[in-house]
Design a protein around this ligand. Structure first.
Ligand code: BG6
Ligand code: MG
Length: 214
């Protein structure tokens, strides 16, 4: 029985995945590499440094660590600029309604985001009080597809992983949820997320009656 729902943030609750894409694209341009939406899928769910490494690999660029740190910082500067211009209306449709139904049914709500900016983002959106636990990129060693982040969230919620349902927009995130022994709803592209127990194009289109039937 599902006793907790654990949400990814970027691309699931809000379109910050697009801001990550814009910032990486801008950085990639600096070394004449055109980052496409297709390649961007590989960056979703993984840590900032891992994302940078993927971009550099595709661009055929090799750099020393110090330079990589500088580039990752620059990308993060642009990303946080976009984020600070965001307003609470940018929360995806259906999110508040889903949270209130879960609360009504006594199902716990957690956040598990690889982003080190997760706490700032949920504060800007004004949804920080919705979560019984928040696990972010500052609290884990291995980023998705490793199950660490979801296992930590379940532990902090006091719920068995088998009784947790994850909402994810990243292929790496779906793999992490399944590796944690959890059920998973993919939010986004069916082909990319087909390993999930169910795929919806947005949270708004998740059929709440399916929650205990996955
Ligand atoms: C994830 C995003 O949520 O956070 C990734 O899907 C991003 O694209 C990662 O790289 C790390 O984010 P941040 O904010 O710590 O750079
Ligand atoms: Mg995401």
């Amino acid at each position: 029985m599902i006793k907790a729902c654990i949400f990814d943030l970027d691309g699931v609750l809000v379109d910050t995945a697009h801001y990550h894409f814009l910032a990486w694209k801008r950085l990639a341009k600096e070394f004449d590499y055109e980052l496409t939406e297709e390649i961007n899928e590989e960056l979703k769910g993984v840590s900032r440094m891992k994302s940078l490494e993927i971009v550099l690999q595709h661009a055929n660029v090799s750099l020393e660590n110090q330079k990589k740190e500088l580039l990752a910082d620059r990308k993060n500067g642009w990303f946080t600029e976009y984020v600070h211009n965001m307003n609470p209306d940018e929360l995806f449709p259906g999110v508040r309604e889903l949270f209130s139904r879960l609360r009504k049914d006594n199902i716990k709500i957690g956040l598990a985001s690889s982003s080190k900016n997760a706490k700032t983002i949920i504060e800007i959106l004004g949804i920080q009080h919705e979560f019984e636990t928040v696990v972010d990129g500052t609290m884990i060693v291995h980023s998705k597809p490793d199950p660490e982040i979801f296992l930590l969230a379940a532990k902090r919620l006091g719920i068995d992983p088998a009784d947790c349902l994850v909402f994810e927009d990243a292929e790496a995130g779906v793999e992490a949820a399944l590796a944690a022994g959890m059920k998973c709803v993919g939010v986004g592209n069916f082909t990319k997320l087909k390993r999930a127990n169910r795929v919806v194009d947005s949270i708004q289109n998740f059929n709440y009656h399916d929650l205990q039937k996955l």
